[in-house]
Design a protein around this ligand. Structure first.
Ligand code: NAP
Length: 373
């Protein structure tokens, strides 16, 4: 197989799973080698078990592959998980114990103290937490945040670095695909806004504190940022819109906020990770942008598009952010995370064309990993 890293997709038939299959079908470092899903799908040809929802055709591998059970196979070095949270809990653990690096979209392990919750441009050093996991340095679980958290954190990170962020209030308008496939009934969603997404507000109020926290002595000291979230579901297919009000620790003029976003390269710039967008953030000056239909595919769906920065009568500044929920917020985000892990040699992974690094061991000092990233 070409020197690429063999990978499997868990939950390959769902909304995020299909995005993973589509992106991994032509990935320069990763070779799609297994498509796994539930008992309902096992043994069926993939395209019979999955209703292919994407406009681009499925990759060749998906045309002839049969769906496999979610059981570890020693040939798969990375397992991309797009499982529902319930089954993810034990299945991801089983894969990590068997020696795979699990790059997960599910919430099940995100807040575990030894599990990195990473937006690569923001907190790549948190990957070092994987060293503390009880899988003997062979396997690991690394996680991508909730799809709305990612847009929020990418927008706030440059402001936190430059000015400090005291608090933020966010109202989300989340796309239908965020509920998976087939998701909500169209009669519940069309001509409507549903003002509840179960469990979502709690994730938006807690995950950014871990991501923006500091890695100290093998644990994350959470950021003190205070967050208040209201999450709604709207009749948009892809793309979560966030209306954010932010209070900064030090005063910043509008031009300074714009400059902080514009000049922020993110912390994986220059690492040559194939899925890293040229720019993680893009500010649009037009008065009526960003819009999901027009802006969600910016940077191959990996750029968060910002707009409408204006003074907030209650906080300091308010703005709108848009991110593609199944690309930047899920499949693309976990692939970028796995690229970061491979570039760092996590658990002995070797990115094609890069020297192999030793597998993590308990004696591998966590601070060395941090400074190397
Ligand atoms: P989905 O469309 O409902 O897909 C769920 C997948 O999980 C399917 O492949 C399903 O297989 C599989 N599955 C369900 N129960 C299983 C079991 N007991 N054993 C093995 N496989 C099982 O959901 P999704 O929207 O793709 O979301 C997947 C995960 O990503 C969730 O944890 C979600 O919270 C997270 N996420 C989603 C988004 C988004 O925008 N949609 C964004 C970020 C994170 P079958 O087809 O065989 O049932």
């Amino acid at each position: 197989m070409s020197g690429k890293i063999p990978v499997a997709v868990l939950g390959a038939t769902g909304a995020v799973g299909q995005r993973l299959v589509s992106l991994l079908g032509s990935h320069p470092w990763f070779e799609l080698a297994g498509l796994c899903a539930s008992e309902r799908s096992v043994g069926k040809p993939y395209l019979e078990a999955a209703r292919w929802l994407l406009p681009s055709p499925p990759p060749d591998f998906a045309r002839w592959a049969k769906v496999l059970p979610c059981e570890p196979d020693a040939r798969w070095q990375i397992a991309f998980s797009a499982l529902d949270a319930g089954p993810a809990l034990d299945i991801e653990e089983a894969f990590a114990r068997a020696g795979a690096v699990v790059a997960s979209n599910a919430r099940s392990h995100r807040m575990r103290s030894d599990v990195p919750l990473v937006v690569p441009e923001v907190n790549p050093e948190h990957l070092g937490l994987a060293e503390l996991q009880p899988y003997g340095g062979r396997g690991a679980i690394i996680t991508n945040p909730n799809c709305s958290t990612i847009g929020l954190v990418l927008a706030l990170a440059p402001l936190a670095e430059r000015f400090g962020v005291e608090s933020a209030a966010v109202t989300t308008l989340q796309a239908a695909s965020g509920a998976g496939y087939p998701g909500m009934s169209s009669l519940d969603l069309v001509d409507n806004v549903v003002p509840l997404i179960g469990g979502e507000e709690e994730k938006l109020e807690t995950e950014p504190r871990k991501i923006l926290g500091r890695l100290e002595g093998g644990r994350v000291a959470e950021s003190g940022i205070r967050l208040s979230a209201t999450c709604t579901r709207v009749a948009v297919i892809d793309g979560h819109t966030l209306a954010v009000s932010v209070r900064l620790r030090s005063r910043a003029a509008r031009e300074e906020v714009l400059e902080a976003w514009a000049s922020w390269p993110g912390r994986v710039a220059g690492l040559g990770l194939p899925s890293a967008p040229e720019r993680p953030l893009l500010y649009r000056e037009e008065a009526d942008r960003p819009q999901p239909r027009l802006d969600r595919d910016e940077g191959r769906g990996m750029t968060v598009v910002l707009g409408r920065l204006r003074a907030c009568p209650l906080a300091d500044w308010k703005f709108v952010a848009l991110s593609h929920n199944t690309l930047r917020g899920a499949a693309g985000g976990t692939i970028l995370l796995a690229e970061l892990a491979a570039s760092r040699g996590l658990c002995g992974l070797k990115a094609p064309g890069r020297p192999r690094r030793p597998r993590f061991t308990r004696s591998f000092p966590i601070d060395i990993i941090r400074t190397a990233l």
